[in-house]
Ligand binder design. Structure first.
Ligand code: ATP
Ligand code: MG
Length: 230
């Protein structure tokens, strides 16, 4: 199995486009982004990868986190010692980001939705620092955020992470598998799995099978015999 940090699936490409669109917007346009979708589709993985190569701030919200708590995390990620008071934390964000503009990515935003105080803080973070703020959440996040008009109106880019398409599965298999898998075998494999972890396990099992049996390609027979945990 080839070790790749990230496979460039459709979701990954859409994420990159969203980020570039936000960066390209003129200063009068609000620069909040929303990325949402079902679990396990790679939202977190993609965000951390993108933040790493683009020097963005990535923070993950936690259960019952207050607006103070999220600001504290952002300040820490900016590399500063967090102040005690919330108003000072916001001042730290403003001072730091005005001098060194960085995109802020907040993952698991579902934990912050529900308290109007945290929603206001996210809005302030965007309005007062001028930094693009990207929120990542679950499928329901979009509907829930829609109820907060003042925040929702600032969201100018939205991407939904979708289950892998056949094309994505091709990309994943081609990028990760070291052994050739015939087109017929791929078709059967894709009918049986479309989740990343299952796919990785499947490829690895098929590779081992090929190795022990001295096969130079994987065909229908091997894929049919593959056990896939649901
Ligand atoms: N394009 C990809 N390239 C490499 N690995 C991926 C890709 N997409 C998903 N994965 C893998 O799938 C698994 C789930 O991804 P991740 O945790 O990022 O999903 P998520 O959408 O953030 O889920 P949740 O909503 O539960 O937070 C991870 O182990 C990750 O490594
Ligand atoms: Mg996640």
């Amino acid at each position: 199995m080839k070790r790749r940090l990230l496979v460039k699936t459709r979701n990954v490409k859409n994420f990159v486009d969203l980020m570039n669109n936000l960066i390209d917007k003129s200063s009068e346009v609000p620069k909040m982004g929303l990325v949402y979708g079902d679990p396990g589709l790679g939202k977190t993985k993609t965000a951390i990868w993108w933040a790493g190569i683009n020097d963005a701030v990535y923070v993950r919200a936690q259960n019952k986190m207050t607006s103070h708590g999220i600001l504290e995390k952002v300040v820490e990620e900016l590399g500063e010692a967090p102040s005690k008071k919330s108003t000072d934390l916001m001042k730290q964000c403003i001072a730091h980001l005005r001098l060194n503009p960085q995109i802020i990515i907040i993952d698991e935003v579902d934990y912050l939705i529900g308290q109007s105080k945290t929603i206001e803080t996210l809005r302030d973070l965007h309005d007062l620092t001028g930094a693009p703020v990207v929120l990542i959440g679950m499928q329901e996040a979009k509907t829930k955020l829609g109820k907060f008009r003042h925040l929702y109106d600032r969201i100018s880019e939205i991407v939904e992470f979708k289950p892998f398409s056949k094309e994505d599965m091709e990309t994943i298999v081609d990028e990760l598998s070291e052994i050739k898998i015939t087109d017929e075998a791929k078709d059967i494999f894709f009918e049986r799995t479309n989740r990343f972890r299952q796919t990785i396990k499947g490829i690895s099992t098929l590779e081992n099978l090929a190795k022990t049996n001295g096969l130079n390609k994987i065909d229908v027979k091997q894929v049919k015999g593959l056990k896939i945990e649901q």
